[in-house]
Ligand binder design. Structure first.
Ligand SMILES: C[S@@+](CC[C@H](N)C(=O)[O-])C[C@H]1O[C@@H](n2cnc3c(N)ncnc32)[C@H](O)[C@@H]1O
Ligand code: SF4
Length: 444
């Protein structure tokens, strides 16, 4: 019998993509004359990683370093150099959006942010309506700098509020108080009206659904039109992991986490925040993050900075194949390599069509839009969604139990299915795998 494990996971753009997007040469060649092909090889989103933080939060295993004496000038030069180099290596002529993530990029000098944006404009076209986001921690330092970031070219901010509950902020090891966060949010909203997002974490130790909803009610009253709601993930190697293993702290059970997510969803939807991706809610269409949308739609992205990931088609001999690239992880060796070679790509792998399709499924199924037929056909010109999925018994079960819509509009999770997106993806991966194996055998 079909059984999906609760609850949903989280996806932070570009860094938690478990499988790789890829195009086989043949699939791209067959579509090479189409406008879609041009768009998919010449347009991209740009991610820029700032690797430093003021302090290590207890739950976080992102690629970040505590360095009280950052060499800002050297970092600036290296980020500019690598941006230029990767743009040159790619076939990209239009950057549709930029995201400065971290780490804590709001601790970078606004001049650094400005120089990277200028480099993009100098090297290729930056779309006139490009979304340019900065992740910001809500301390007084950031609050004072927001105006300068705006002058440097930032037009959207994503504020790491996490919670308005002092006990949660303490257990998460945040450096800001709820009051600091609200002041910063206020300033951000006045500078970036309609373009200020907040990150909230649920499932902290001792969280209960009732207190979470009370916290969310305050957030909804004070925030702008976009909320990212992440379930706390217990990451190995973090201080929180040790506390939980030592039984100093207890996280809610998986079922309690799922209940919290579902209660938050109901509450946010009542407040006109519509879910457009498992962890993302917006009051209006224009408040949705176009940068993140492009990841979920399988668009190309170029990742600059220590540990950044990319998916793009490079210039050169095999100019049709999408590559998965990863930059050197740690800041010091990353800078040395950038200074020596112009970029610090540690790994560049060509991806198979099967891997692309896995990623298209995994990302698309997290969104309300799902995987439309046209997108699937572009990445899988020889086997349509109907060819792969329509005859599978499990598809009928998933539809009957209300997890999947009919295939006529593409492969789309229902609201119930989105609550269990990770489990749903696993089931669909199995169908894809079986189809792939059968066809490989049939082709041999
Ligand atoms: C890596 S942080 C970078 C932004 C910024 N430094 C901050 O802390 O606000 C991006 C977001 O990822 C989320 N995040 C990081 N680690 C997480 C974890 N273990 N579980 C759930 N969410 C997490 C947090 O909500 C955070 O705002
Ligand atoms: S959550 Fe943000 S501020 Fe905290 S350690 Fe991670 S990246 Fe740094």
């Amino acid at each position: 019998m079909f059984c999906l494990r609760k609850p949903v996971g989280r996806l932070v753009p570009g860094f938690h993509v478990s499988s790789c997007v890829l195009h086989s040469a043949s699939s791209l060649q067959s579509a090479s004359t189409s406008t879609e092909h041009k768009k998919r090889t010449e347009e991209a989103a740009l991610y820029v990683h700032w690797p430093y933080c003021e302090k290590r939060c207890t739950y976080c295993n992102f690629n970040k370093y505590i360095n009280p004496s950052v060499d800002h000038e050297r970092m600036r030069k290296c980020l500019v150099t690598e941006t230029q180099s990767l743009l040159e290596i790619s076939r990209v002529s239009l950057i549709k959006s930029i995201f400065f993530g971290g780490g804590t990029p709001s601790l970078a000098h606004p001049e650094t942010i400005g120089k990277v944006i200028e480099t993009v404009k100098r090297s290729v076209n930056l779309a006139a309506d490009a979304e340019v986001t900065l992740e910001a921690n809500p301390t007084s330092t950031e609050e004072k700098a927001l105006k300068e970031f705006k002058s440097a070219g930032i037009n959207r901010v994503s504020i790491g509020l996490q919670s308005l509950n002092p006990a949660d902020l303490k257990v998460l090891g945040r450096t800001h108080s709820a009051e600091d966060a609200l002041r910063c949010l206020d300033t951000a909203r006045s500078l970036f009206p309609g373009k200020t997002s907040v990150d909230i974490i649920f499932g902290c130790p001792d969280h209960k659904t009732s207190t979470l909803i009370e916290d969310l009610a305050r957030v909804v009253d004070l925030c702008d039109d976009h909320i990212s709601l992440y379930q706390l993930t217990l990451e190995r190697g973090t201080a929180l992991f040790k506390h939980v293993m030592d039984r100093d702290l207890y996280l809610p059970s998986p079922d309690a986490m799922a209940d919290m997510y579902e209660a938050s969803l109901t509450f946010l939807e009542e407040q006109d925040f519509r879910r457009y991706e498992v962890s993302n809610f917006a009051r209006t269409k224009s408040a949705q993050s176009s940068h993140n949308q492009s990841y979920w739609e399988g668009g190309q992205f170029i990742g600059v900075g220590p540990g950044a990931h990319s998916r793009f088609v490079a210039r050169g001999e095999n100019a049709t194949q999408r590559m998965a690239r990863v930059q050197t992880l740690e800041p010091e060796p990353w800078m040395i390599e950038v200074e020596k070679s112009g970029h610090a790509t540690r790994k560049a792998d060509a991806l198979s069509e099967y891997e692309v399709l896995q990623e298209i499924l995994y990302l698309g199924l997290r969104t309300t839009g799902g995987v439309p037929h046209e997108r699937w056909n572009f990445f899988s010109p020889d086997a349509s969604l109907l060819d792969v999925f329509s005859e599978a018994h499990m598809i009928k079960v998933l539809q009957k139990e209300g997890y999947l819509h009919s295939l006529s509009g593409g492969l789309r999770a229902t609201s119930r299915g989105l609550n269990l997106a990770d489990g749903l993806t696993k089931e669909l991966f199995l169908i894809l795998e079986r189809f792939w194996e059968m066809h490989r055998k049939a082709d041999q």
